[in-house]
Design a protein around this ligand. Structure first.
Ligand SMILES: [Zn+2]
Ligand SMILES: [Zn+2]
Length: 365
């Protein structure tokens, strides 16, 4: 379409090529450079259009004409359909969970009380400024795919709402069709979007305020919970420390006691009825197990030497091995009678002997 000119200007009014006489007799000038135009409206196949009488270095006749014809349509009583607005407001919180809320409103129509044409705001031209009461709505008609980023940043900084209506996709046929053109300018929701919606921004600011207040409440609650959890963890650590100290003391006392018993034992002779080390250890395991289960019905077995101490004994009475776990065991009376038979094929005596070649304290059987 490039340089076909859909509108010619005569006495400040925009005419389509089929609305005027053919050729130079149209009396129109280019809306951009104001030099004379020829109307070409006799074609059967091609849509009517204007061209410069002489080839001119003018690239703006198309764009300028469409924009000015579009602005003329905004004048009351025409109503302009405004797009809706959608957004999400989210606020970060200390706990890491952001608070978010959807906001928005639907499309609505306005009729301007007054329309100003081509007004500059901070070096950006608003093609139309619609006045409604105290409010102003800035309209830009986009005519090319060119990025408008810088311009729109400037418009966004203004207090007024601003709207983009994209007419760059319209064909000459659509522009020449008054109904289609009017629809594109006034009421096609697909070609318009907010550059800045004052209403949307207010909505966003209000929602942000509410969410921030909610976030403060949530954060205070969260901080309180964290403090509580911290206090609980601190108390647990302190209790663990205390228990470890108690246990260390008990262990120390236990070892001191074992040393004393061992010293006393060293002066006594060993029993002579068993010969080998394995048999001796086996007899000690069987002996302590049967003795304790006969006395209490259950006991505590050392995971290292396998000798059995009375129930709930914290430290092995015999091997003083540092890594021993003391596990509860019980042996039924009738089972105890045959226990020594089973121990003969058990790995426990060997394991015991390997882990503890010399018991600190010999059991008194
Ligand atoms: Zn021109
Ligand atoms: Zn032990």
């Amino acid at each position: 379409m490039g340089n076909t000119i859909p509108f010619g200007e005569r006495d400040g009014v925009m005419y389509r090529a089929f609305e005027v006489e053919n050729g130079l007799a149209c009396g129109c000038v280019c809306p951009a450079c104001h030099r004379p135009l020829n109307a070409a409206n006799q074609g059967k196949i091609v849509s009517p259009y204007f061209r410069h009488v002489q080839w001119e270095d003018c690239l703006w006749g198309h764009k300028e004409g469409v924009r000015r014809a579009a602005v003329a349509l905004l004048v009351p009583p025409h109503s302009l359909l405004l797009p809706g607005f959608q957004g999400t407001v989210s606020v970060n919180t200390l706990s890491g969970l952001p608070l978010a809320q959807e906001i928005g409103f639907g499309p609505s129509s306005i009729i301007a009380e007054r329309v100003e044409r081509f007004v500059a705001f901070d070096e950006v031209i608003a093609h139309a400024v619609l006045h409604i009461g105290e409010r102003q709505l800035l309209v830009r008609f986009k005519m090319s795919a060119r990025a408008e980023y810088e311009r729109y940043q400037r418009l966004k900084a203004l207090e007024h709402s601003s709207l983009e209506i994209d007419l760059g996709e319209l064909t000459l046929e659509q522009i020449n069709d008054p109904v289609a053109f009017e629809r594109a300018v006034l009421s096609d929701l697909d070609n318009r979007r907010w550059i800045r919606s004052a209403r949307g921004q207010q909505m966003e600011a209000r929602t942000r305020e509410i969410l921030q207040a909610q976030a403060h409440v949530a954060e205070a609650r969260w901080a309180k919970e964290q403090a509580h959890l911290q206090a609980v963890a601190d108390a647990q650590r302190a209790e663990q420390k205390r228990l470890a100290a108690v246990r260390a003391k008990e262990r120390e006392a236990h070892w001191a006691n074992q040393k004393a018993v061992a010293l006393e034992q060293s002066s006594k002779p060993r029993p002579h009825n068993v010969t080998g080390e394995r048999e001796l250890r086996e007899a000690q395991i069987v002996g302590t197990t049967v003795k304790i289960s006969a006395e209490y019905g259950h006991g505590t077995e050392c995971s290292t030497c396998h000798l059995v101490s009375p129930p709930n004994t914290a430290f092995c009475l015999y091997c003083s091995h540092d890594q021993s776990r003391m596990q509860p065991v019980s042996i039924a009376k009738d089972f105890a009678d045959t226990f020594h038979m089973r121990m003969r094929s058990s790995a426990k005596p060997d394991h015991s002997l390997r882990a503890v070649p010399m018991l600190t304290v010999e059991p008194d059987l």
